[in-house]
Design a protein around this ligand. Sequence first.
Ligand code: SOE
Length: 367
Amino acid sequence: MEEIGVGMLGYAFMGKAHSNAFKKLAYMTWPPPLMPKLVGIAGRDTGAVGEAAERYGYDYATGDWRDLVADERIGLFDNGGPNSLHAEPTIAAAEAGKHVICEKPLGRDAGESYEIWQRVAATGVKHLCAFNYRFVPAVRLARELIEAGELGEIRHFRGRYLQDWADDATLDTWRFHPDEAGSGALGDIGTHVIDLGRFLNGEITSVSGLVKTFIPGRTVDDALEAAVEFENGSVGTIEGTRLALGRRNAFQWEINGSKGSLAFDMERLNELQVFRADGDRARGFKTVLVSETDHPFWEHWWPPGHIIGWGDTFVHELHHMLKAIADDTDVAPYGATFEDGYRASEVGDAILRSGASGERVQISYRG
Ligand code: SOE
């Protein structure tokens, strides 16, 4: 079994989600495309990262990510650090010949995301921007139904990512510091909605948006709202807030076509709501439990109805990356590349510009 050495930057939430996925995919996607070997994990707090190395089974912990970049045993560098630490380490790892994964948002703004994409693409390594929600079985099924034309002509995509953990004026995290995060809800969860809109419904051509900060003294956005047009002629909305009390991780979207509609809620991750306008007298949305043997990713899991969890989307995502490396196949279109990471940032920046000017903003991509 060919191995690949993994170097992980970050030991907190994403360090945990990615480390868990590397270990789990080794036996749940048996045989894995490559056997992940957890070589090194880096973090600023040497005590915490040392404990993480022991907990997840990395050979070593280090307080300096440059050790991972210099380590010849590492073939895949995974950046789960704060947004301000996405550019330099990821570019250095790619320029050292390592394949790279970087959590979203790719950069703190479109300019930084563009530079990361361009510098990494120039090296020829595989790159994945970790928009993990592309790897929810219900989302992949939705993409397959749409691609098969089962919804007909698309008229609407409306997506909203609702959380409420930021409703605490005393809470201090890097996600609230503009120099570390770039933006607030926009980069953190708004980019997930933008990326999924692009994944399911194609390119966004214009936005009319605004952002809002509610918590006194906070210097990043708490919420974003945008009315958007898509290249395929459909229209819709993109929203995100971390102040929707009662919504814990409710990434909800709905897509309406001339032959039917689909709707989804991350808090009910295994279910896809499906409406088909086929004249059925028992019309109405039906709840599809996306766990049949022929449903996306289910070859790895359990008998029908034995559902999976949020962390398992990372198992699918990292498996996809290892397969792309092992088979030298493209990360796109099912995985998000750094170009997708850049495009999500460009749309996000357009929402900010629109909010500042009060004007609708046409989307134009660099290079
Ligand atoms: C916090 O908003 C957060 O951890 C996001 O950063 C993740 O991308 C999202 O998947 C869960 O919520």
